[in-house]
Design a protein. Structure first.
Length: 81
């Protein structure tokens, strides 16, 4: 069994209103010095068998097309076999 972990974040040039709201709240709650907060999402996908070759390439493509919006988001993917 393989576990695929895909982290998706807004591109740096895209405004992140939720991150800004959290940043403001952290300051109001007493945490000084917070210079930036970015909000993202994570997908954990368990797959039967070994993930390599064509299956790995397909997972990478799906992460880029289905799990993230390539216009405004970047993603990283790692596999734990």
């Amino acid at each position: 069994m393989a576990r695929v972990i895909v982290d998706v974040m807004l591109k740096p040039e895209i405004l992140d209103p939720q991150g800004r709201a959290v940043q403001g709240a952290l300051g109001r709650l007493g945490l000084a010095g917070v210079t930036d907060v970015r909000q993202g999402k994570q997908f954990t996908i368990d797959v039967d068998g070994v993930l390599e070759g064509d299956r790995l390439a397909l997972m990478e493509r799906l992460a880029g097309e289905l799990l993230s919006n390539p216009v405004i988001e970047d993603f990283t993917m790692r596999v734990e076999q």
